[in-house]
Design a protein around this ligand. Structure first.
Ligand code: RB5
Length: 152
């Protein structure tokens, strides 16, 4: 399993925690930046991580910004990306089991490092059941909405 990691300056305070949680799970990661506190634009990092997943270079993604909101909105503009903005462990599990989220987004200005570690560990250990009819059907409806948007 390869995890794509991306953040802006507002999220960088949680990056070491993300890397620790991914390492502890025994997964590899690709760090798409940013790498320091200089101000950058979160959509650029959402794009790098979303494309890594859609191009098959990574299996899942973890995005960070100040709140997790902007970077999740940007990631969700990519067809095939289901990015969940998560602030608790229950949602970290549900976004995989029910929504097959391929990215989670956290906010370094709202989530502590301890909570972030637990949220990421839960996200990485959760599994989507592809034989679950109702969840698959609902995700297919999301795909259908994406395709409608493209035609408009
Ligand atoms: C950057 O100041 C901040 O706006 C960004 O990290 C994020 O919180 C946006 O949603």
């Amino acid at each position: 399993m390869i995890i794509a990691i991306g953040c802006d300056h507002g999220g960088i305070a949680l990056k070491d925690t993300v890397i620790s949680a991914v390492n502890d799970k025994g997964y590899q990661y690709i760090d798409f930046g940013t790498y320091d506190n200089a101000s950058v634009d979160y959509p650029d990092y959402a794009e790098k991580v979303a494309k890594a997943i859609l191009e098959g270079k990574a299996d899942k993604g973890i995005l960070l910004c100040g709140t997790g909101i902007g970077i999740s909105i940007a990631a969700n503009k990519f067809r095939g990306i289901r990015c969940a903005h998560v602030t608790d462990k229950f949602s970290a599990r549900m976004c995989v089991e029910h929504n097959n989220a391929n990215i989670i987004a956290l906010g370094a200005r709202i989530t502590t490092s301890e909570d972030a570690y637990d949220i990421i560990a839960k996200y990485l250990s959760s599994v989507f059941d592809p034989t679950s009819g109702r969840h698959v059907a609902r995700i297919e409806k999301i795909t259908s909405i994406e395709n409608q948007t493209l035609k408009n």
